[in-house]
Design a protein around this ligand. Structure first.
Ligand code: FES
Length: 108
């Protein structure tokens, strides 16, 4: 297996309804993760990009959160409909999607 050029972590933490911190599962991360996997296969990029679901990334209030390395770019409030733009602009084009970045005071 070759080292991926980019690694996408999709928070899949679940704390259940009513938890004071909330969680990305409660804010809708499951279809976002599925869409990342779908687009990865559709674009035939499995040798260049890795997609991993993960536990809490920290800023739970801005979920669903997605973290991309090696840049360390954090996206927040990501919807299924945003995944194509993250592929086109960032994962392939190397330019982070500005409208989805979490605020600098959250991840700066
Ligand atoms: S639950 Fe997703 S960042 Fe904390």
């Amino acid at each position: 297996m070759s080292k991926p050029e980019k690694h996408v972590f999709v928070c899949a933490q679940n704390r259940g309804p009513g938890h004071p911190r909330g969680s990305c599962m409660q804010s809708g991360c499951a279809p976002v993760f599925e869409e990342f996997l779908f687009e990865l296969q559709r674009r035939n990029l499995t040798d260049k990009i890795a997609i991993t679901n993960t536990g809490c990334l920290g800023p739970c209030g801005t979920g669903p959160n997605v973290l991309v390395y090696p840049e360390g770019v954090m996206y927040g409030r990501v919807g299924k409909e945003d995944v194509a733009a993250i592929f086109d602009q960032h994962l392939v084009g190397d330019a982070p999607v500005a409208r989805l970045l979490v605020p600098a005071e959250v991840w700066g």
